[in-house]
Design a protein around this ligand. Structure first.
Ligand code: QAP
Ligand code: CO
Length: 174
């Protein structure tokens, strides 16, 4: 399966992703193709909508203390639902769909979710720190929300200006 990352300001990122109802070979093929793409682009999280498949599926691989991302740590999260949140934390986020831009974003420090794995089995996950932040970032994608939407009016303006400039530079290189 040939996948490419959809980049802001592409409108396809604004769709609401649909619930996954069939846990078949096609879903597995998509997840299997998303993982190498995320690895090759230095990602730690990727939602299906970012590769033009607006379904409620996302993958995560949070680096360990040594910065390694072994395959065993890959998390595949389908149809997630938040059941609990606690606390507040700030982290400088980025997004594969908003290349080369990073900004501090406020999130919950702890999150508990209910989700399904690739076979449709229901699971519960409690997460804190970077994993909790990543889950919230990726779950926003399912609603068509990007981290830049959380910036103040002034910061967003600054972002739009910087991003346009970066886009021009990137186009010139391609
Ligand atoms: C979401 O983000 C996230 O701009 C995953 O040039 C971000 O994997 C979760 C990336 C922060 C938690 C904290 C971004 C790679 C990767 C770029 C990513 C880039 C290359 C972003
Ligand atoms: Co993102």
């Amino acid at each position: 399966m040939d996948l490419t990352i959809v980049e802001y300001p592409d409108k396809r990122l604004r769709e609401e992703s649909k619930e996954v109802v069939t846990f078949d070979h096609k879903l597995h093929q998509l997840l299997d193709a998303m993982y190498p793409l995320m690895n090759n682009t230095n990602g730690i999280g990727l939602a299906a909508i970012q590769v033009a498949h607006p379904i409620r599926a996302l993958i995560l691989n949070i680096p360990d203390e040594e910065g390694n991302q072994p395959d065993e740590n890959l998390l595949e999260i389908i149809n997630p639902v938040v059941i609990e949140t606690r606390g507040e934390t700030t982290y400088q986020e980025g997004c594969l769909s908003v290349p080369q831009f990073y900004e501090d974003i406020k999130r919950h420090e702890f999150i508990k979710i209910n989700y399904q794995d690739r076979f449709g089995n229901t699971k519960i996950l409690e997460a804190e720190d970077l994993l909790a932040i990543a889950i919230q970032h990726e779950m926003d994608h399912l609603e068509g929300i990007l981290f830049i939407d959380k910036l103040s009016y002034t910061r967003r303006k600054k972002f739009e200006k910087e991003y346009k400039k970066l886009q021009k530079e990137r186009k010139a290189k391609k």
